[in-house]
Design a protein around this ligand. Structure first.
Ligand code: PEP
Ligand code: MN
Length: 282
């Protein structure tokens, strides 16, 4: 792949991005929380629950890129203020989406990691603005995007001098309709071959089915993912967005019990088998 001057794996073997002590690319990172911020109690209850289960970052959308203009669009600034309270309560760093280049500088005041959603992966004006915001970015793979297109978008962000990019595989569109998207598990080792950037997997939007989230989370970690982004809601039946795919806190707690030892095992396996050869970067 040409022109991936900052993104390609070369002398730098693996980048570790430190967000409030969470070392993305080294620690198991689990970003959990609701699809959208709806109320203070919903957000804070969910934040406490995911933290108790072992999540180390919190997600929640204040700006929602919805397919229909009549669907709930997010709370905007008041949603960001609720996320700030959730952070104060739990200490969990906040991952939240920004959809408009004009909002980037003030959303960055509330976000520890700025999220660029699948629908905006190639919004080049947004990528450049986010790259200048001085915060790490979680860049979701576009639903019709190749790995090369995705990595070029990471290059856009890095070339503006950002603090780091975390890639997020969230499934791609195929002819299959049983699942919301098709999770491209092969993207995980491929991304590790191509770039030094960390990659997390979103089993929620890639499957759209609660029953498939735990097995795909396990598969993602076994394939070498650096972490997961999972939607959890304190009361999924009442969620204003993606109600059918949100895990309850109890389901999430059960999943974390599977994921943690698996990640530890994978780390030992990698330590034993993929020690960098002499001359290779860090
Ligand atoms: C999200 O994570 O809130 C989201 C909208 O996901 P995606 O951009 O992957 O569809
Ligand atoms: Mn969602």
């Amino acid at each position: 792949m040409k022109n991936l001057k900052l993104t390609a794996r070369g002398k730098i073997h693996r980048t570790v991005i430190d967000v409030d002590g969470v070392k993305i690319g080294e620690d198991l990172v689990v970003i959990a929380g609701p699809c959208s911020v709806e109320t203070e109690s919903q957000t804070i209850e969910t934040a406490r629950a995911v933290q108790a289960a072992g999540a180390n970052m919190m997600r929640g959308g204040a700006f929602k890129p919805r397919t229909s203009p009549y669907s709930f669009q997010g709370l905007g600034l008041s949603g960001l203020k609720i996320l700030a309270k959730a952070k104060k309560e739990t200490g969990l760093p906040i991952v939240t989406e920004v959809i408009d280049p004009r909002d980037v500088s003030w959303v960055a005041e509330f976000a520890d990691v700025l999220q660029i959603g699948a629908r905006n992966m190639q919004n080049f004006a947004l990528l450049k603005e986010v790259g200048r915001a001085g915060k790490p970015t979680l860049l979701k793979r576009g639903m019709y995007s190749t790995l090369e297109e995705w990595l070029n978008c990471a290059e856009y962000i890095l070339s503006e001098g950002t603090a780091g990019v975390i890639l997020c595989e969230r499934g791609i569109r195929t002819f299959e309709r049983y699942t919301r998207n098709t999770l491209d598990l092969s993207a995980i080792p491929a991304i590790h071959e191509l770039t030094h950037l960390p990659i997390v997997v979103d089993p929620t939007h890639s499957t759209g089915r609660i029953s498939l989230i735990p097995p795909m989370s396990v598969a993602a970690i076994a394939s070498g993912a650096d972490g997961l982004m999972i939607e959890v809601h304190n009361n999924p039946q009442e969620a204003l967005c993606d109600a059918d795919q949100a895990l309850t806190p109890a389901m999430f707690t059960g999943l974390m019990k599977q994921i943690k030892p698996l990640h530890q095992f994978m780390t030992t396996l990698c330590d034993n088998h993929t020690q960098p050869t002499k001359g290779e970067g860090e």
